[in-house]
Write a protein that binds this ligand. Structure first.
Ligand code: PHE
Length: 343
């Protein structure tokens, strides 16, 4: 019996000595297998217990259990220590020095469409407008219904789009932002809302199924058509120069009354007539009008007290004029040779 006890205690010493040399998880596992595994040396010693008498067995058993729990405890403590160490080494190794100079030298340029949007918004910010926005995936009621374009209205035909469900679609115009703005804010209000819009149009040098508009909306007491004309005149001069004139042509939009289409004097020839304006001297850039009283009422605004104007600027056309781009497709192909020119 004392033989067994002795060998248990010498196992313990051997284990402690071996453990003090263990410095990584793999060595710890090896040690566990060597002592505590199925063929481990402690296990072998314990096999010898079968030969002990019934009185001796519990006494040796007690020592054996103590030795085994001792081994298991200090081993698992050592393993946690090692894990911590390994983790902190790994973190040290994977540190990124953000101060090392990069090898990338080619800084990009702002996209001409964003340049145009920024330029236009800046002009209106200077006039006291604030900037608004809304979702490209829009409810039918904002894109059409509350703008007086009910189901079956002919103007839906010219603005066919991608329907996600019967009443959710990719917006065809930013005019829905008029409604969204007026639902949230009460007059006086002056907002400008740039955004991407979608229409089922074929791509050619002047059309794209995805394009950008900037919606403007002003609502207050006593707003008139004169205010609209004055604001647009100012916008045109700021963007294309002092000599730029605007021309209003009567038009129809369901959500404005009266409605107009607005042309600017050609940015290429100044109005004499050239290839860019197809000999007209004028280029159509936006639609506008006085907000229809029913649209105001749809948003809970008293049309007896308040009036307003709205306009929608075509960004692509404006950018093309402003930067001398002759094909709308260049704006979406993102050929770096084209984009680099705007640095
Ligand atoms: N949403 C109109 C269009 O896409 C433009 C517009 C905006 C007209 C605001 C009037 C007022 O053609």
């Amino acid at each position: 019996m004392s033989d067994l006890k002795d060998s248990l205690l010498s196992q313990k010493e051997a284990f402690d000595a071996a453990l003090s040399k263990v410095t990584d998880s793999a060595a710890a596992e090896q040690l566990r297998v060597a002592f505590l595994g199925k063929k481990g040396s402690l296990t072998q010693v314990l096999r010898g217990m079968g030969q002990l008498s019934a009185e001796e067995r519990p006494l040796v058993g007690k020592v054996a259990n103590e030795v085994r729990s001792h081994m298991e405890e200090i081993l698992s403590a050592r393993i946690s220590e090692i894990k911590e160490l390994e983790k902190s080494h790994k973190l040290k190794r994977e540190v990124i020095d953000v101060t090392i100079p990069s090898s990338y030298e080619g800084a990009g340029a702002r996209h001409p469409l964003n340049m145009a949007i920024n330029e236009i918004c800046d002009i209106f910010l200077g006039l006291g407008y604030s900037i608004g926005e809304g979702p490209e995936v829009e409810y039918d009621k904002y894109n059409f219904e509350l703008l007086r374009i009910p189901e079956g209205h002919p103007s839906r035909d010219t603005q066919d789009t991608f329907y996600i469900t019967d009443n959710i679609l990719l917006r065809t115009q930013t005019s829905g932002l008029q409604i969204r703005t007026m639902e949230k804010q009460k007059p006086p209000l002056k907002v400008i809302c740039p955004g991407k819009v979608y229409r089922s149009d074929a791509l050619d040098s002047t059309h794209s199924p995805v394009f950008h508009q900037i919606e403007g909306l002003v609502v207050d007491k006593g707003v008139t058509m004169g205010d609209l004309v004055g604001s647009l005149q100012l916008f045109a001069k700021k963007l294309f120069g002092e000599n730029t004139k605007i021309r209003l042509r009567p038009h129809h939009f369901p959500f404005t009354e009266p409605s107009v289409e607005v042309d600017l004097t050609c940015w290429s020839c100044g109005g004499k007539g050239c290839r860019v304006c197809k000999g007209e001297g004028w280029i159509e850039v936006l639609g506008a009008g006085m907000v229809h009283p029913e649209v105001l009422e749809n948003c809970g605004i008293d049309s007896e007290v308040y009036s307003g104007f709205a306009f929608g600027i075509g960004v692509e056309r404006t950018a093309m004029g402003r930067y001398g781009i002759d094909d709308i497709r260049l704006l979406y192909e993102n050929d770096v040779r084209f984009l680099k020119q705007f640095k």
